[in-house]
Each structure stands twice: as C-alpha cells, then as structure tokens.
Ligand binder design. Structure first.
Ligand code: ADP
Length: 589
C-alpha cells in the first residue's frame, strides 16, 4: 500500500538522465566553440561583426548552460520551455556562424547533433519545434551557401534532419517507456519492502502490547497517518453496559490526548451508534454543533470525520473514528480504505481486549487467593491461643486430684479434651497450609541419618512392626522437622485407615536417592484416586473419615513438604493388599 503513484520516480529518473545529457552537451559545445574559433582565426574572419556577435552570444549561452543547475531545471514544470529556448538560441547563434562560408562546414554538424539529442531532451511538441527550426536553419544555410537553383541540395540535408529527429524522437519515446517499466518494477519492490517493514513493525508492537491503552493509540495513529488525518479514536463495545465507550487516550497529530469519559447508546441516533450497526463507513462531511447525532464527534473536537464499524466476522467490537483530513475533504478512496483497515484493527482490538479481560480475571483470582490465605492465617493464629488455654484447663481438671468422680462428667471432659486436640491439629494444619501458600515455609536442608529420623518417628507414634534401614548408615538430605512430620503423618494415617494391620517403615538407597516406604495392609487406595488424595480437603469416604477425625489436609501438606525438600511422593499397592506411601529424597552428602 502506498500513497504515492509511480510517476514521480519515472519523472525523476528522466530528469536525471536529461540533466546529465545537457551537462555533457554543454561540454561538447565548448569543444565545438573552440574548433569554430580556431577555424575563424585560421580563415581570418574573427574580426567581422557577423562572426563575433553570434560567437559572443554563443559563449554567453554556454557559460550560462555550464553554471546552470540542470537537475533542478529539468525537474521543474518549466523544463520544456527553458530547454527549448536554450536550444533555439543555440541554433540561432550556430546558424549565424554557419552563414559565414568559412565556418559552414563546422556549424552544420552541430545542427545535426542538436537534432539528434533534441528527441531525448524534449517532449514531443518542443522536439517538433526544435526540429522545424533546425530544418529551417539547415535549409537556410544550404540556400545561402549553395547554388540557388540546386533544390536537391536543400532537400537532402532537411530530409536528413527530419529523419534524425524522427529517429531520436522514437529513441526518446522508447527510453521513457523502458524507464517507466523499470521504475514501476523498482517502485513495486520498494512498496513491498515498505509494506513488509510496516507489517513487521505493527506485528512487533502488537506482540509486545499487553493492554488496550497501549495498542489503541498506536493502531489509530498508524491508520490516521495512512489516511492523512489528524485525529483518531476508538470506541469499544462494553457488553455489561450495552454501550460504546471512548477508549482513552485518543490520537491527535502524532501524540496522544486523554479522552473524557464518554458513552454512546448503541441503539441511539448518534452517528457512532449508526456506524456500529452499519456495514460500511459513514462520512460526516460537516460536524453539526446542534445535531444530537454528532454529539461525540463534537466532543472529540472534530469538524469532519469518517466512522467505521470494527467487526470480527459477525461480531461487532466497536467503531473507529478518523477526523480532520489534512488536505480538503476525505475522498471516496480514503473512506473505502478505512473500511478495509477496520477489519484487521477490529481483530487486533478484540484479541487484546479478551487477553486483558483474562489477565484482569487472573489478577482478581490471585487477589482472592491471597485474601483467603491471609484470612486462614489470621484466624488460625487467633484460635491458637484460646485453644491452648482450653487444653491447659482441661488437662488440669482431668488430673486425678481434681477430676470429677461422677463418670458422666469424666466422659464429657475426656470427649472435650479429644475434640480440643482434634481442633488443635486442624489449626496446626491450616497454619502450615497458609505458610506453604505464602511460600513462607522455612527449609533447612542437612544430611541426616535415616535411622535417627525413624527412631524419632517411632518415639512419637510407636511402630509396632518392622523398621528397616538398608544400608544401616544410610543418610538423607532433608529438613529434619519436615521429614519427621511427613513420616508421622503417614504412619498416623496408616493406623487410622488400616486399623489392626501392622505398619512398616523401610529406608533404602537407590543410586543417588533415598527411598522411604510406609507400608500398611489395610484397604489401600484405588489406583484412580491416588493422585487425588494429595489434593486439599480430599477424603475418600467422608462419613468414615469424619468418624476418624480427618481434615483432608494431611497428605497435601506431606506432598508440599516433600517437594520443598526436592523430593517426591506417590502411592503404590502393598503386596497382598494395602497402601504403600513412597517418599523419595536426595541422598545425604
Ligand atoms: P485426613 O485428614 O482425612 O486423614 P489426609 O490428607 O491425610 O486427610 O488423607 C486423605 C484421604 O486419603 C483420607 O481421607 C483417606 O480417605 C485416604 N487415606 C490416607 N491414608 C490412607 C491409608 N493409609 N489407607 C487408606 N486410605 C488412606
């Protein structure tokens, strides 16, 4: 796409060619003057008036043509007139010199030469004029110098001049045609290069752009520059309000200006709403101060505008307004062009609008998640102190010396103590979860003896069956507190969900990893549920779990803690039935 036609380049190329021809012709003319001068001296005609007046004129003409800025002259609209005048003066002075019999032999070829280059230098009418003048001059010289009755002596040179002139006219015409072809080809290539460059620039900007506020002025600016307009704005459809909203900032003369908040009802008479419902752009030649239909255009400070609908297939996205043409009124071509440009613009704006809405949604979700984490953390902290005090009081009143003697009261106190412990576990779990969410879990990785860890676990939740470590001095790289917590959790679960079955813990080395397996022989976990149980608040059988006092947080904490220690956890089937929780961690160094 280009606003320039191919003519100026051809014009420029022809002008360059003609200027160089004229410069060369001037150089050759100096040589001819020198020859004529020498001839005049030799034949001693130099002191005659018929010689020196035209000679002085010729020299002046050549001085002028030597210093003349031919490149400028031939590029101007006056070129044919100036060059024709120059040639006529040249023909005049050369003919005058040629009328001296001693100089005729030198002057004549100069006239033929002028006839030859005239076709390359001048447009057809000027060339015709020059040819007639040269033919006349040649005829005149033949008549004055030859025998009066020898007509063939006149016809032959005149005919030669005409033939030469016709040949150069043809050559000139051919040259111009060739130049048009090559210049058009060159221009097409250049246009394509520019189009690609523009396309690249637009795509690069679009790829970088993340918000409508960033992309709208750029896109509108590109379109305004293309249409040679000073102001551009976009109104996008807001589905929530069912209105078209002016996007700020608007594009004004290469810069941006914040737009005032403005809405347009899509069903109204406003030309913006009409365009939104229309298929083709609407041209408002004069914005009418008093017309309701022109309200927004008036607010944008426009006196003339084109308004085009922005659509993506059948979906209407908004409208684009381009106003204030730099030259005269908007033309039919410009209106048509805005219609074509509105399609890709609509696509870009709708894509970025969608992206922006998604980004906004993601931001809000993140905010909500953060609020939830903060809330859980605050509430858990607030609950912890009163609960510690309740547990303390319950422990005190259940001491043998203070405990009530009545069995019902004793039972109630024991139940209260159990529930308080359950609550305490829940609160502890919630605190760990909120720390995990905030990424605020402290991790102190160290090389620890696996046996030491197993002994600690066995102290807290005695493991009645096998505990094995192979080799016995196997070491793991882990956070002592986190690993202990993970294993206690898994062993407690095994007791909870596989009551009566022996629980085993096996530690073994596996290349550069340590594999810890907590094995039970209970009901196990169905294969399709094995990933799910690591999700928060997942309990496989709610009623059963409830009776066992679960929260559904334990395994999610296990997974998070193992992962912060650069390990992994998974569930396998125990041979003969049951669940085997496998934790893998880096080997100690
Ligand atoms: P909960 O607080 O309910 O124990 P967990 O996250 O620790 O929460 O466990 C999630 C669910 O996984 C439990 O509700 C239970 O259904 C199942 N589960 C956990 N450990 C075992 C196990 N050793 N055997 C069978 N099911 C288990």
């Amino acid at each position: 796409m280009t606003t320039e036609s191919s003519t100026p380049t051809v014009h420029e190329a022809m002008a360059r060619f003609r200027a160089s021809l004229l410069r060369r012709a001037s150089g050759v003319a100096w040589a001819i003057v020198a020859i004529i001068g020498a001839q005049a001296v030799r034949t001693e005609v130099y002191d005659e008036t018929v010689f020196y007046i035209p000679m002085v004129g010729l020299i002046l003409l050549l001085v002028l043509s030597t210093i003349a800025r031919w490149d400028r002259i031939v590029a101007s609209p006056w070129a044919p007139v100036v060059v024709t005048a120059w040639m006529l003066l040249l023909i005049g002075s050369v003919t005058a010199l040629g009328s001296i019999p001693e100089l005729a032999g030198t002057a004549e070829p100069v006239l033929y030469g002028l006839a030859a280059i005239s076709g390359l230098l001048l447009v057809w009418w000027a060339h015709a004029l020059v040819t007639v003048s040269i033919a006349t001059a040649i005829g005149y010289l033949a008549l004055t110098l030859g025998e009066v009755d020898a007509l063939p002596q006149v016809i032959a040179p005149v005919f030669t001049v005409l033939v030469v002139a016709a040949a150069t006219a043809l050559a000139g015409f051919e040259l111009e045609r060739e130049m048009i072809v090559s210049a058009t080809r060159e221009r097409t290539l250049e246009d394509q290069r520019l189009d690609f460059q523009r396309l690249y620039e637009v795509s690069a900007t679009l790829a970088r752009a993340e918000s409508l506020a960033e992309i709208v002025p750029y896109l509108v600016g590109t379109i305004c520059r293309y249409l040679d307009a000073e102001v551009g704005a976009v109104l996008l459809y807001d589905g929530g309000l069912n209105k078209l909203k002016v996007m700020s900032p608007i594009w004004v003369n290469g810069g941006t200006v914040d737009a005032e908040e403005a809405m347009v009802d899509i069903t109204g008479v406003n030309v913006i709403a009409q365009s939104y419902r229309a298929i083709r752009p609407i041209h408002v030649r004069r914005v009418d101060e008093n017309s309701d239909a022109h309200l927004v255009l008036k607010d944008l400070g426009l006196t003339q505008a084109i308004v085009a609908p922005l659509k993506v297939e059948a979906m209407r996205v908004g409208v684009i307004v381009v106003g204030e043409p730099r030259r005269g009124d908007f033309t039919e071509d410009q209106i048509e062009d805005l219609g074509s440009l509105a399609a890709p613009a609509g696509l870009v704006l709708s894509q970025i609008g969608r992206y922006e809405a998604q980004a906004e949604m993601a931001r809000r979700l993140e905010e909500v998640a953060q609020m939830k984490t903060d809330f859980v953390s605050t509430v858990s902290h607030e609950l912890r102190s009163p609960l510690t005090s309740i547990i303390g009081s319950l422990d005190t009143v259940t001491r043998p010396e203070l405990a009530p003697t009545e069995p019902t009261s004793q039972q109630l106190l024991q139940s209260a103590r159990r529930q308080a412990s359950r609550l305490q576990r829940l609160i502890e779990d919630l605190l760990v979860v909120s720390r995990i969410d905030r990424g605020a879990i402290p991790v102190h990785l160290e090389t620890i003896s696996l046996k030491e860890i197993f002994d600690e676990v066995n102290r807290v939740v005695p493991v009645e069956a096998t505990i094995s470590v192979d080799p016995p001095d196997a070491q793991v790289e882990a956070d002592r507190d986190h690993l202990t917590r993970v294993l206690i959790n898994l062993v407690e679960n095994a007791y909870k969900y596989a009551p009566g079955s022996p629980v085993e813990i096996h530690g073994s080395e596996l290349l550069n990893r340590i594999r810890i397996a907590v094995v039970d022989h209970g009901p196990g976990i169905p294969e399709d549920q094995r990933d799910r149980v690591f999700e928060r608040f997942t309990q496989l059988d709610q009623s059963d779990t409830r009776s066992r006092g679960g929260t559904g947080l334990g395994l999610s904490i296990v997974k998070s803690l193992v992962e912060v220690m650069h390990g992994s956890v998974r569930i396998e089937e125990t041979e003969g039935g049951g669940a085997t929780f496998v934790v893998e961690l880096p080997k100690g160094r």
